[in-house]
Design a protein around this ligand. Structure first.
Ligand code: NAD
Length: 289
C-alpha cells in the first residue's frame, strides 16, 4: 500500500520556515512581510499569518475593471505591501490577463504576471505559481526521484498543469532548477485509451483535470507516485453531504501506488503555504530604501 503524503504535515514544515524567515527579516530591521489579497464577489481565501501581517480587501462582483486596476496600482506603489494576490476566477466582465499583468511582477505572489510566466518558461528565478510550487515541494520533501523518470501531467491549464510540467521537465542545473523528468501532458482531447497507455508508463502521475475518478488503479504502474491536484465538490451518495474529492480514485489507488497525496489534506494546504513563502521571498527582494 502507498505512503499517504500529508500535505498538511509538509505545509507545517513550510509554515515554520516562513515564520523563522519572517522573524529574521524583521530582526534585521526590515518591514514585516505583508500580504494583501483582493477578493471580488463572495469567494473566500485563507491566509494564516505566520508572523506576517495580511489584509483582505473585498469588492462586490459589480466592481469595474478600471476600479480594480486603480486599486492594484495603489497597492503596487504601497511599500508596506510585499505581496499582492487577486483571487481568481474574476467575474465575466474582467480580462483576467489584464488584471494579472497589472500586479507588479515583484509583488506577484501568484506568479501569473506575464513576466513571471516568461521567466518560469526560461528556467529563470521567478515567482512560481503556488499550486505548481506545492506539487514540486511535495515531490522534493517526500524524496520522490524525478531525474530521468516518466511523468504524466493530466491537465494543461496555464495556471496549474502547464507550470507543473514546466518545473518537472526542465534542467536541474538551470537558474531555477527543474526535475529533469520526461514529461508528457494529457488534456481533454487525449483519448481515454491513450491516457491509460501513458499512465501505465508513468513513474509519477500529476492529476490536475478537475474530473473525479479520472485516475483509477487499473491504469497505473505498480508503485507509481500519484499527486492529486483536483478539487471537485461532490455530494456524498450515502450521507447526501457535500464533500471534496480529487481526480484520483483514492481508496483503490492507495493499494497500488507507492505514494499518494490525498484530497483534502494534500496539495491544497501546501499551495496556501507556498503563497506565504512567495510573500517572504517578495519581502526579501523588496528594495530597502
Ligand atoms: P481547468 O479547468 O482550467 O483545466 C483543466 C484541464 O484538464 C484542462 O487542461 C483540460 O484539457 C484537462 N482535462 C479535462 N478533462 C480531461 C480528461 N477527461 N482527460 C484529460 N484531461 C482533461 O482547471 P485548473 O484550474 O487547471 O484546475 C485543475 C483542477 O485542480 C481543478 O479540479 C481545480 O479545482 C484544482 N485546483 C487545485 C488547486 C489546489 O491548490 N489544490 C489549485 C488550483 C486548481
Amino acid at each position: 500500500a502507498a505512503t499517504v503524503v500529508s500535505g498538511t504535515g509538509l505545509a507545517q514544515q513550510i509554515h515554520k520556515e516562513v515564520q523563522s524567515d519572517t522573524a529574521k527579516l524583521v530582526a534585521q530591521g526590515n518591514r514585516r512581510p505583508h500580504l494583501s489579497v483582493i477578493l471580488v464577489g463572495d469567494d473566500h481565501a485563507t491566509a494564516s499569518l505566520l508572523g506576517m501581517s495580511s489584509s483582505t480587501i473585498f469588492r462586490p462582483s459589480s466592481v469595474s475593471q478600471e476600479e480594480m486596476l486603480e486599486l492594484i496600482d495603489k497597492f503596487n506603489r504601497d511599500r508596506s505591501i510585499s505581496g499582492l494576490l487577486v483571487q481568481l476566477p474574476l467575474p465575466e466582465h474582467f480580462s483576467e490577463r489584464a488584471i494579472c499583468n497589472a500586479v507588479a511582477p515583484e509583488k506577484d505572489v501568484d506568479g501569473f504576471h506575464i513576466v513571471n510566466i516568461g521567466k518560469l518558461c526560461l528556467d529563470q528565478r521567478c515567482m512560481v505559481p503556488a499550486t505548481a510550487a506545492a506539487v514540486w515541494e511535495i515531490i522534493r520533501r517526500t524524496g520522490i526521484e524525478t531525474v530521468g523518470k516518466n511523468v504524466l501531467v493530466v491537465g494543461r491549464s496555464k495556471n496549474v498543469g502547464m507550470p507543473i510540467a514546466m518545473l518537472l521537465h526542465s534542467d536541474r542545473n538551470h537558474e531555477r532548477p527543474g526535475g529533469d523528468a520526461t514529461v508528457v501532458m494529457a488534456h481533454r482531447c487525449t483519448p481515454l485509451p491513450r491516457l491509460k497507455e501513458l499512465a501505465s508508463l508513468a513513474d509519477i502521475v500529476i492529476a490536475a483535470a478537475g474530473v473525479p475518478h479520472l485516475i483509477t488503479a487499473d491504469i497505473l504502474k505498480e508503485g507509481a507516485a500519484v499527486i492529486d491536484v483536483g478539487i471537485n465538490r461532490m455530494q456524498d451518495p450515502v450521507t447526501g453531504k457535500l464533500c471534496l474529492v480529487g481526480d484520483v480514485d483514492f481508496e483503490a489507488v492507495k493499494e497500488k501506488a507507492g505514494f499518494i497525496s490525498p484530497v483534502p489534506g494534500g496539495v491544497g494546504p501546501m499551495a496556501v503555504a507556498m503563497v506565504m513563502k512567495n510573500t517572504v521571498t517578495a519581502a526579501k527582494n523588496a528594495p530597502t530604501y
